[in-house]
Design a protein. Structure first.
Length: 234
């Protein structure tokens, strides 16, 4: 049962006001650095096997804060472009207030699977989802079924991963909220993923321990079974 802890990057000066996309040099501000330190402290007690990050500065800085909090067991941050931001093309760097008047905006809101962002550098949201989900599946295979690892990524990317894990169409992704430095957790089994947390900004994480060897060594059916009736938690 591979456990993936997905963290959105912390706040920057432009978060929530402009669509920075792949603009280089966008770093965390003081608020974002505090958020990154806080999420690092939250995860410090968990046995983490790897830390994977989008190569963009705001994610890398968040991932490095998580790595520094490892209490003497620091892990190198491994960069993976596949969990990098959506390629927004000509929308990159534009104020959100301006983009909200663009005819493409309501399509992004209601029918994102149909969206390809304008300009030669613009790409489709379905392609963003495909490469991000593929990245997680690849890391799951590399790290093994008992691994626990962190992925630091971006809001739209994380929402697309969560919709895939929930068995939902990409068009449902805008119904999911992913706040800065929030934690979302997915447990991947041989048959299907289970979404354990979404947009968690302060909950206790002690239940996210490494899977018990006795359980992880069981049959694929047992590992992938849902808790009928809801289970007892943890």
């Amino acid at each position: 049962m591979t456990l993936v802890l997905i963290v959105r990057h912390g706040l920057t000066a432009s978060t929530g006001t402009a669509l920075t996309g792949w603009t280089p040099g966008i770093s965390l501000d003081d608020r974002g650095r505090a958020q990154a330190s806080a999420v690092g402290a939250r995860l410090a007690g968990l046995p983490i096997d790897a830390i994977v990050s989008s190569p963009l500065d705001r994610c890398r800085e968040t991932a490095e804060a998580i790595a520094r909090a490892r209490n003497g067991t620091a892990l190198p941050v491994q960069l993976d472009e596949r969990v990098g931001e959506c390629h927004y093309g000509d929308w990159t760097g534009q104020p959100l207030r301006k983009l909200a008047k663009d005819p493409l905006w309501p399509v992004v809101q209601a029918h994102p699977s149909a969206v390809r962002f304008p300009g030669p550098a613009g790409k489709a949201m379905v392609d963003m989802q495909a490469r991000a989900v593929s990245a997680l599946r690849d890391w799951n295979g590399r790290l093994g079924r008992d691994a626990v690892y962190v992925v630091c990524s971006h809001g739209d990317v994380i929402k697309s991963i969560l919709t895939d894990s929930l068995g939902m169409h990409l068009d449902m992704c805008q119904r999911i909220q992913v706040d800065p430095c929030s934690l979302s957790v997915i447990r991947y089994t041989p048959l299907r993923p289970f979404v354990l947390r979404m947009n968690d900004t302060g909950g206790d994480v002690s239940s996210l321990k490494r899977p018990d060897k006795k359980v992880s060594g069981g049959s694929a059916r047992h590992v992938a079974d849902a808790q009928v009736g809801g289970g007892a938690g943890g």
